[in-house]
Design a protein around this ligand. Structure first.
Ligand code: GLU
Length: 371
């Protein structure tokens, strides 16, 4: 059965440079942006949370800086991104404002999605923005990223964002309407594949060789994105982006390729928290807090009676009942020192106690597994 966006809750949309940047004028394509932001507005009106991952920074600045060679050196890319990102952000801000939405820019590096502490930071910011009804527009922080610490392509960045935010769909808007058995531009016998139920070696082999020149995408990075997204339980779709209302077109049944999210994907992260991390400490909580956790709540400091061990934000900790029984495990949102200070207190008091406002919960429910 073909999946559909109709039940979507949270969607990441990845938009490539070729879509957003007009090759003749080297400026953002305002008319196309108006169409895609109209699509985003209609998703938002249905209560869907939308996160955009947009390329285009480097490409928007190349001509202005006379960087016209096929391949740019790393320093040139960094400089071009610094110039182009401002234009890109402005284009998104204006286009989203025109449909009544507020754009919020985030520039991420690989470490922001790999390092557990920074991951929590990026995720908390994105959650807050979504809660405020904003549309986060993300790009790689190309101006500070070096070769070793670069994603280099936004397909994988978008997949990491989808994984981090537990999005149910990742839409890759592309210059091709999906995956073919071979590159259809070179092989007339290539056959379009509408549905990929699971990633296999055979599917990977269809990715072919990386594209020449500057272009960082191509089918290979899209398949790498599919591995990340589907493993996290997120369904991914590759669809043609060039038309006027590309997301609506997907909803109306345009030709594309769906990669089904692995059914066990949703629980993979929780299994990882429960089974593969060594707890660095523990939080003993009262009975009211245990009942709240059982109802699916986050762990708030008001219910914490004692803090043991030494841990940093992002470390795994055990959650114990007053009798010392392990009831849950999660990733701490505070260090042991700060958790001890706010234990038993309400969020209104955090600032006075810690000197900063901090987050309301000590373990967010997405980072918590009941045992
Ligand atoms: N981050 C790059 C940019 O904005 C694009 C990376 C990609 O094309 O995937 O220019």
């Amino acid at each position: 059965m073909t999946p559909s966006l109709s039940g979507a809750r949270r969607v990441v949309v990845k938009i490539g440079s070729a879509l957003i940047v007009d090759t003749d004028t080297a400026a953002p394509r305002a008319a196309w942006l108006a169409g895609v932001t109209a699509d985003i507005a209609s998703l938002a009106a249905r209560g869907v949370e939308v996160i955009v991952v947009s390329s285009g920074a480097i490409s928007l600045a190349r001509r202005k800086l006379n960087m016209t060679g096929a391949r740019l050196r790393l320093e040139e890319k960094q400089a071009a991104a610094a110039v182009g990102q401002i234009r890109l952000a402005q284009a998104w801000s204006e286009a989203l404002a025109a449909v009544g939405l507020t754009a919020a820019q985030l520039l991420l590096t690989l470490e922001d999605t790999e390092d557990r502490r920074r991951y929590l930071n990026a995720r908390a910011t994105l959650s807050t923005l979504l809660g405020l009804g904003c549309v986060p527009v993300i790009n790689e922080n190309d101006s500070v990223a070096t070769a070793e610490i670069r994603f280099g392509d936004n397909d994988r960045l978008a997949a990491r964002v989808a994984e981090m935010m537990q999005a149910d769909f990742l839409i890759l808007l592309s210059d091709i309407d999906g995956l073919y058995t071979a590159d259809p531009r070179r092989d007339a016998a290539a056959v379009h594949i509408p549905l990929v139920p699971a990633m296999t070696d055979e599917i990977d082999a269809m990715g072919g060789a990386p594209p020449p020149g500057y272009s960082s995408g191509g089918m290979r990075t899209k398949l790498a994105a599919a591995h990340i997204a589907t493993k996290a339980g997120c369904t991914m779709v590759i669809a043609l982006g060039h038309q006027d209302r590309p997301i609506r077109a997907i909803e109306q049944g345009a030709r594309c390729t769906w990669f089904l999210g692995a059914p066990e994907g949703r629980s993979a992260r929780k299994n990882w928290i429960a089974g593969h991390l060594v707890a660095q400490g523990s939080l003993t909580i009262d009975d009211g807090a245990i009942r709240a956790l059982a109802r699916g709540s986050s762990l708030f400091p008001a219910g914490i009676k004692a803090v043991a061990g030494m841990f940093e934000r992002g470390d795994a900790v055990d959650v114990l009942s007053s009798a010392g029984v392990r009831v849950a495990r999660g990733l701490a949102g505070y260090s042991s020192a700060d958790a001890a200070v706010i234990a038993g207190h309400r969020s209104e008091d955090f600032e006075a106690l810690l000197g900063f406002r901090g987050r309301d919960e000590v373990i967010h429910r997405d980072d918590l597994v009941l045992l």
